[in-house]
Write a protein of this length. Structure first.
Length: 209
């Protein structure tokens, strides 16, 4: 079933065309990944107003049992509203960078915070913690919208693609009214089953066909 973003429209800026938020097709990807079985710990680095967070919260509402760890230095009211859709026993918020906190080893980590050098540090942390699924948003932003300070996200994504023991998938296709050309990269261990199938599930066919 496709993820219905409409209840979370309040997370967007007025008249915003997802310039500062993740685009709906990529939020759909997060939801599909969050519905994978056996996820116990999910970490999101960088939530802004909660558009991407809504995928994880909706997955919890739809039966996923993982605990969500949100790393966001500024917790905006919209993000808090998204989180409050489920019990506060299902999530933990941190207002310091990941290098200043201790979190359990994640099964899935979304990296969408500072896209400069911290993106590389966050990716290193994900690998050192043994994270199975690593998702990097804005993996092509330095090309798509000439954001020079996004080099870290691109470099981290490039290195993940070269990892000898991991598979990857990336979507950076332009779509009308969106900025999906900014890129979303998903990296996972070659030994892990089900990720590719989840990415290509029928609920996302319109986005990836």
């Amino acid at each position: 079933m496709p993820f219905d973003f409409s209840p979370y429209q309040f997370t967007l800026l007025q008249d915003d065309k997802f310039i500062w938020n993740m685009d709906p097709p990529h939020i759909q990807v997060l939801y599909e990944l969050a519905m994978l079985p056996d996820l116990e710990t999910v970490v999101e680095i960088g939530s802004f107003r909660g558009a991407s967070t809504s995928a994880f919260i909706q997955a919890q509402k739809d039966g996923a049992e993982f605990h969500l760890h949100v790393v966001e230095v500024k917790v905006r009211p919209q993000l808090r509203q998204v989180l409050d859709a489920v019990s506060d026993s299902r999530w933990t918020v941190y207002t310091e960078p990941i290098q200043n906190i201790t979190i359990p080893a994640p099964d899935l980590m979304l990296i969408d915070g500072d896209h400069g050098a911290p993106a590389v540090v966050d990716t290193l942390a994900a690998l050192c913690l043994g994270t199975r699924i690593i998702v990097m948003h804005d993996s092509q932003t330095h090309v798509a919208v000439t954001e020079k300070n996004h080099w870290g996200a691109h470099l981290a994504a490039k290195l993940l693609k070269q990892h000898p023991d991991r598979d990857w998938w990336e979507d950076c296709r332009p779509r009308p009214g969106m900025l999906t050309e900014r890129g979303l990269l998903v990296s996972w261990p070659r030994s892990m089953q089900g990720v590719q199938k989840r990415l290509l599930m029928s609920s996302a066919e319109d986005f990836f066909s």
